[in-house]
Design a protein around this ligand. Structure first.
Ligand code: AGP
Length: 371
């Protein structure tokens, strides 16, 4: 078993460290050598005309894969300019979603065996949608039933808490967003080149966060003494906050809530009391001022704020928070692929500090094959 963990204490930690490789492998062969275009024509059997005819996209998934789908919505909307809705699979089927032949349904599943996701996929197909799967398991039920498949090459994920599968799903969404945008003519080549260059830097940037992995131990130990905390952020930071909150809940058993930073004042602010930890993601540069003012609202009520900020901005953010961790600078759209890593490490160390079984948390299964 030790050998399988390659010297790491837990599968989760090993899988966190495998993310740079997972990113490289998921990008491999899908970006042109000259870095000027992305191609998924082997994965997606739709003609340019069919891609141009897509009028809406539904992203359907569960848990962590759903959180990747929240990022996927922003990626596809901003690059390919198609309206996207992201749904939890167990809800999707029962809300009679409006599915037309020009709806592209994207199902996201690490295992490819999640019953809720599979049922949603079948429902979408029955209603005439074209279904594209993003999955980590070649030949899984989801892969077999979908019309088109983008495989994430994260390698087997053993820990119940998903890490490298999530972040590889983000890479798949970036590739997909770029590909759809090229086919629909909503992006120019210079923009593709910029995004692709920034994507190529992500693996090293994750490595640089991992080199400082120990930094998160102290803050995780402090957090592990609390029973309640908050994750806040705006835009993509809010999507990542939701993933960070789920990760912490499932392995540390600490209750946390993720909140859109601007929404706190509409109710949740009443829960902020002296000493409560608030983890604030502040990576979206156009939303900086707004998020910082929301941080001040919680600080004024006694919260202990831990900020995650872009390198170059950490001094600025440090003025408003109690502790700051910086992540390397990338394009705003790509920050989730970096900002999730400190949150994974935080959950891992908080779970350890509480003496929990990190890889096999109570009440949970790796693959949920019941509805
Ligand atoms: C992730 O940490 C969870 N264990 C869980 O939310 C998981 O992502 C969900 O059950 C979906 O699984 P899938 O990706 O295999 O479909």
């Amino acid at each position: 078993v030790t050998a399988e963990k390659a010297g790491f204490d837990h599968f989760m930690l090993k899988e966190i460290h495998e993310q740079p490789k997972a990113y490289r492998d998921t990008m491999m062969g899908r970006i042109a050598e000259d870095g000027k275009s992305v191609t998924l024509s082997k994965e997606i059997g739709m003609t340019t005309e069919q891609i141009r005819g897509i009028s809406r996209v539904h992203i359907v998934a569960c848990g962590t894969a759903f959180h990747a789908g929240l990022v996927g919505k922003t990626v596809i909307e901003s690059l390919a300019r198609i309206p996207v809705e992201t749904d939890v699979a167990s809800e999707y089927r029962y809300r009679s979603p409006i599915i037309t032949p020009d709806t592209l349904v994207i199902v996201v599943s690490q295992s490819g065996e999640t019953a809720d996701t599979l049922a949603a996929l079948r429902e979408a197909k029955r209603n005439g949608a074209r279904v594209l799967a993003i999955t980590n398991v070649v030949g899984s039920s989801v892969a077999r039933d979908a019309d088109d498949v983008i495989t994430t090459w994260a390698g087997p994920e053993i820990a119940v808490a998903s890490t490298k599968a999530y972040s590889s799903q983000l890479i798949a969404f970036y590739l997909l967003g770029l590909y759809l945008a090229q086919e629909r003519g909503t992006i120019d080549q210079a923009q593709v080149v910029d995004i692709v260059e920034a994507m190529h830097r992500l693996p090293e940037q994750v490595e640089s966060i991992l080199e400082q992995a120990e930094l998160f131990k102290g803050v995780a130990e402090a957090v592990s003494k609390h029973d309640n905390l908050f994750f806040i952020g705006r835009g993509l930071d809010f999507a990542v906050a939701q993933e960070g909150s789920l990760k912490l809940k499932e392995i540390s058993y600490i209750h946390s809530e993720a909140y859109a930073a601007g929404e706190l004042k509409h109710g949740t602010l009443a829960l902020i009391e002296d000493g409560i930890p608030v983890i604030a993601l502040v990576t979206q540069e156009d939303l900086y001022e707004k998020t910082l003012s929301n941080i001040k609202e919680v600080k004024a009520r006694g919260a202990h704020v831990i900020g995650i900020a872009n390198s170059g901005y950490e001094d600025e953010v440090a003025k408003s928070v109690d502790e700051t961790f910086s992540i390397p600078r990338t394009l705003p759209l790509l920050t989730p692929a970096l900002s999730v890593v400190p949150l994974q490490l935080l959950s891992y160390h908080a779970s350890l500090a509480r003496g929990n079984d990190v890889d096999k948390p109570r009440n949970l299964a790796k693959s949920v094959t019941v509805e």
